[in-house]
Design a protein around this ligand. Structure first.
Ligand code: PLP
Length: 379
């Protein structure tokens, strides 16, 4: 089986497993305990926090460990729901992950406004500047890169606009971190990340909050994380996350992702050549080097693609894993103007650091073979 579903989750890398085992075997204490075992655990936690702060370009005290990005993103919305007052609005992009979109709708209802995107799936900067000149929201949330299309959002520009208008800016950087240089993310007020997208374990992530500011806790109880998130910190998974991120940061600093982007580009060229009638989404925008969102030729349905490619030895997806199985078309595609029959023909191929050029070559052949089978099945 060749895995092309890294945007859903990535395999846990060796360095992460080793870090997890090391902490589990040698760091048994609770970081809140006063004895030596506790202080060894606290040191390990502080090291991880310092390391992440260095990668992001922020202060270690700005970071809160969470159970993943869903919790981090809900924490942001919950905080603003508690602090903005009855009239405050939040503006989020129309292509946010459901854990941002649904929690914004949950807390703010109609006061959660959707920022439109272009046909290429890029947030409309003009919309933001025009609306901002008229009135200001309490929060703007735009993801750093989209999970379905891989389109990189102009988060630096939006951060600058928000800063000029003194509006807090939040970015869900789950798909960006571990794939692209992340240092400037620390300039954003709120940033969320999740380990399982870059080779760390599932169920661990973080939230970066503005320096020296507090956040309304979502979980109440112990005084962990400076009273901002109760619950004993899972040091083993945090250490594993940081071990994985350190590997990714090194690979990115060596520009190893650029070559992988070329392999992806070759795949797209071959796909368009072998399957005329295919459209790659977001090609006029900057995209992550690992993601291909393809509108497959007329008459082929996405679930059929996923099932048949699975049988042929390729794990691919229809879009966001969270919307798989739902019959409604993806809200991301709808926001890009891809609706109705077209929307169900979109297949996502998402590679990882371990994907080779040969894997991409095999995929294009696999897709052509499956297409042939589907055409034969029709006649
Ligand atoms: N945000 C984005 C962009 C994602 O792709 C995902 C995972 O699919 C999440 C948030 C949720 O992250 P987690 O699985 O850590 O809760």
């Amino acid at each position: 089986m060749i895995y092309f579903d890294y945007n859903a989750t990535a395999p846990v890398m060796r360095e992460a497993r080793e870090a997890w085992l090391d902490v589990t075997e040698h760091t048994g204490g609770n970081p809140s305990s006063l004895h030596q075992a506790g202080s060894r655990a606290a040191t390990r936690l502080a090291d991880a926090r310092g390391q992440l702060a260095g990668f992001l370009g922020c202060h270690p005290s700005d970071l809160i460990w969470t159970s993943g990005a869903t919790e981090a993103n809900n924490m942001v919305m919950h905080h603003f729901a508690r602090t903005l007052g009855d009239k405050g609005e939040v503006w989020i992009s129309a292509i946010e992950h459901p854990c941002v979109h649904d929690s914004a709708k949950h807390y703010f209802g109609k006061r959660a406004k959707l920022i439109p995107v272009t046909r290429d799936g890029v947030v409309d900067l003009d919309w933001i500047t025009t609306e901002m000149a008229d009135h200001r929201p309490g929060l703007v949330g735009v993801m750093a890169a989209n999970n379905e299309t891989g389109v990189i959002q102009p988060w630096r520009e939006i951060q600058a606009i928000c800063q000029a208008y003194e509006v807090p800016f939040f970015t869900d950087a789950v798909q960006f971190i571990g794939k692209m240089p992340m240092k400037e993310l620390g300039n954003c007020d709120f940033v969320s990340g999740a380990a399982h997208k870059f080779g760390g374990p599932r169920g661990v992530g973080f939230l970066k909050i503005p320096h020296r500011q507090s956040i309304t806790p979502l979980l109440h109880g112990g005084k962990q994380e400076g009273g901002r998130r109760a619950g004993t910190e899972n040091i083993a998974t945090i250490a594993a996350m940081m071990a994985a991120l350190a590997v990714r940061e090194k690979q990115i600093s060596q520009n190893l992702h650029l070559l992988r982007g070329l392999w992806r580009d070759n795949f797209e060229r071959e796909l368009l050549r072998t399957l005329p009638g295919t459209t790659i989404l977001g090609t006029n925008a900057p995209r992550l080097w690992n993601t291909v969102s393809a509108l497959m030729p007329d008459g082929d349905r996405k679930h059929e693609w996923v099932m048949r490619l699975d049988k042929a030895g390729f794990a691919v997806s229809t879009g966001s894993a969270c919307t798989t199985g739902k019959e409604e078309p993806s809200h991301v595609l709808a926001a890009m103007g891809i609706k109705g029959e077209k929307a169900v023909r979109v297949v996502r191929f998402s590679a990882g650091w371990e994907t080779t050029e040969a894997d991409w070559d095999a995929l294009v052949k696999g897709v052509a073979k499956v297409h042939g089978e589907m055409q034969a099945g029709k006649s």
